[in-house]
Design a protein. Structure first.
Length: 187
């Protein structure tokens, strides 16, 4: 069975954390991809024949919250972070408008699964493993750790390096309802 993935029944989040001597001054960020889509083909009884693909528009990343820090995150801070994300040192969204994930292996059951695949960011492709689980209500959740520097992303630093974002970020997903993908000729 084939399913369509994306908003509004799915959320894709990136969670950052701080490191360094000045970490109290910064924020742990939750960033949401607001424009993304994908598909999953699920073969019951033969997970190795299943597949998943996801495409994220890099300019759709929005800061949803900032926890910690000496003062609350402002709308101005959110706008500054969005500009930093789009810049050449981070995602360089003008030259690299998409992030893609294509599975190469699926194992497990709908209740507990792993999806290994190729993640492409800024033209660089590396393998990533997504760990997931399904709830009895049909909600699917999962996460993967991504080391930004492997894709040429330089983690943000401030105060002469005393405050910096950790190189590893956590990418999380939640799908509350699987929507069947249209069949051939159905749009």
């Amino acid at each position: 069975m084939s399913y369509r993935l994306g908003p509004p029944s799915g959320r894709l989040l990136i969670r950052t954390s701080r490191t360094g001597l000045g970490r109290r001054a910064g924020h742990d960020l939750t960033i949401e991809a607001t424009r993304w889509s994908g598909g999953a083909t699920v073969v019951g009884g033969a997970p190795e024949e299943s597949s998943v693909s996801v495409t994220v528009e890099t300019d759709s990343l929005e800061v949803r919250e900032g926890s910690g820090g000496l003062k609350p995150l402002t709308d101005g801070d959110r706008a500054d972070i969005k500009r930093l994300l789009a810049g050449e040192g981070l995602l360089h969204t003008a030259a690299h408008p998409l992030i893609t994930f294509r599975s190469t292996r699926v194992i497990g059951t709908p209740q507990s699964f792993e999806i290994t695949g190729d993640l492409t960011i800024k033209g660089r492709t590396h393998p990533v493993t997504v760990h997931g689980s399904g709830d009895p209500d049909g909600t699917l959740r999962g996460w993967a750790s991504v080391t930004q520097s492997a894709w040429g992303i330089k983690p943000y630093t401030a105060f002469l390096g005393a405050l910096k974002l950790a190189d590893e970020v956590r990418v999380e997903f939640e799908v509350t309802a699987l929507e069947p993908a249209p069949g051939p000729g159905q749009g």
